[in-house]
Design a protein around this ligand. Structure first.
Ligand code: SAM
Length: 215
């Protein structure tokens, strides 16, 4: 269904010509629930945002109502990416680009201060994207805010060194919560150091246990 020439209708993985191994389905998360969250965040024109798995651009249309200097998206399905371009043009949004790519191959993340994701991919792909985000933060010093709607891999984000700022309440059946996280090179380095310390302590403990067994 199209409203005023904007197509944001749901599409299955099969309809979008994708595989379940790399992708989740398309559904739109733009509108009042996202707006309510964005109203609480300190967004100004020094910020720029990218929607990883932007689909037909529904969330981008809402993000474009805030003072981001640019509102970009990455989408693996060419069909969905083309619809996003058409939708953004219909709304006369000019500070926006849609890249048709697998999010794991999209490494140009250094200019973004906000990242948006609406449960776009399975665990393996999410891990690879988180590695890209970590590498970008270590390369280019800044703090990012990551907004993750329906954060089913919340645990992974914490394991990769992101810090959780908040999780919203589920407002109604159709609106899963949003998780909001932040990270910068300092939090990522501190997290890696903690992990190394943990691994060293575990190795020491194992060595001590072996010594005790030898006695
Ligand atoms: C739940 S939809 C969210 C759409 C949009 N972000 C929004 O909130 O309105 C997830 C989108 O991620 C896309 N996607 C899935 N796997 C992807 C991948 N590996 N790389 C880039 N996009 C992907 C899907 O095609 C789908 O359009």
């Amino acid at each position: 269904m199209k409203l005023l020439g904007i197509d944001l209708s749901w599409a299955s993985v099969e309809q979008s010509g994708l595989s379940h191994e790399r992708s989740h389905w398309y559904s739109d998360s733009g509108g009042p629930d996202l707006k309510r969250l964005l109203d609480t965040l300190p967004i100004d024109n020094s910020d720029s945002v990218i929607d990883l798995g932007c689909g037909k651009g529904g969330a981008m249309l809402t993000l474009a109502r805030y003072p981001f200097s640019c509102v970009d998206g990455v989408e693996i399905s060419e069909q969905l990416a083309q619809t996003a371009v058409r939708n953004l043009a219909r709304r006369k949004i000019t500070n926006s680009r849609v890249f048709c790519a697998d999010a794991t191959d999209f490494l140009d993340l250094d200019t973004y201060t906000y990242i948006y994701m609406y449960n776009p991919f399975p665990e393996r792909v999410t891990k690879s994207v988180l590695n890209n985000i970590r590498a970008s933060l270590l390369r280019s010093g800044r703090t990012i805010t990551l907004i993750y709607k329906n954060p089913i891999f919340d645990r992974l984000l914490l394991e990769y060194g992101l810090k959780k700022l908040l999780q919203t309440e589920q407002q109604h059946a159709d609106c899963p919560p949003f998780g909001v996280y932040f990270a910068n090179s300092t939090t990522i380095r501190a997290h890696s150091a903690e992990l190394q310390h943990f691994v060293r302590s575990s190795v020491d403990l194992e060595a001590k246990q072996e010594e005790t067994c030898d006695i």
